[in-house]
Design a protein around this ligand. Structure first.
Ligand SMILES: [Zn+2]
Length: 122
């Protein structure tokens, strides 16, 4: 039976939980192609002021220097940086899981901080 109402799964397909410290959670969102250079590393953290930060990065080990080497070096010299693109490919289900993981992680770390600050003596 086909259904258009796809829901986020638990445990989530394509989303690996890396670590959890109450006020911080980290996940690895894997790319469909299997290349871990494309994976998103997601950090969700809440600080004392209940400010929530989400950091998403890729650890790309690209052989950028092998292509247009001199052009890249010139860009690096003239601009001071090299542009690098890493695309992540996700299934529909994974994208939904990604979204709901972010949503619940933001909620969880915020809740954790809130509970802590309530119990904290002045
Ligand atoms: Zn990929």
């Amino acid at each position: 039976m086909a259904t258009n109402k796809m829901k986020a799964q638990t445990p989530a397909e394509g989303i690996l939980k890396r670590s959890e410290w109450g006020d911080a959670k980290s996940y690895q969102v894997t790319c469909e192609c299997g290349d871990h250079n494309h994976d998103h590393n997601v950090w969700v953290e809440a600080d004392e002021t209940l400010n929530v930060t989400v950091t998403i990065y890729t650890t790309a080990k690209s052989k950028w220097w092998s292509k247009n080497r001199w052009q890249k070096i010139w860009t690096l010299l003239s601009k001071g940086y090299i542009e690098y693109e890493a695309s992540i490919i996700m299934s529909k289900q994974q994208a939904l899981n990604y979204a709901s993981t972010l949503k619940s992680a933001v909620h969880d770390v915020e809740q954790f901080r809130q509970d802590k600050s309530v119990g904290k003596p002045l």
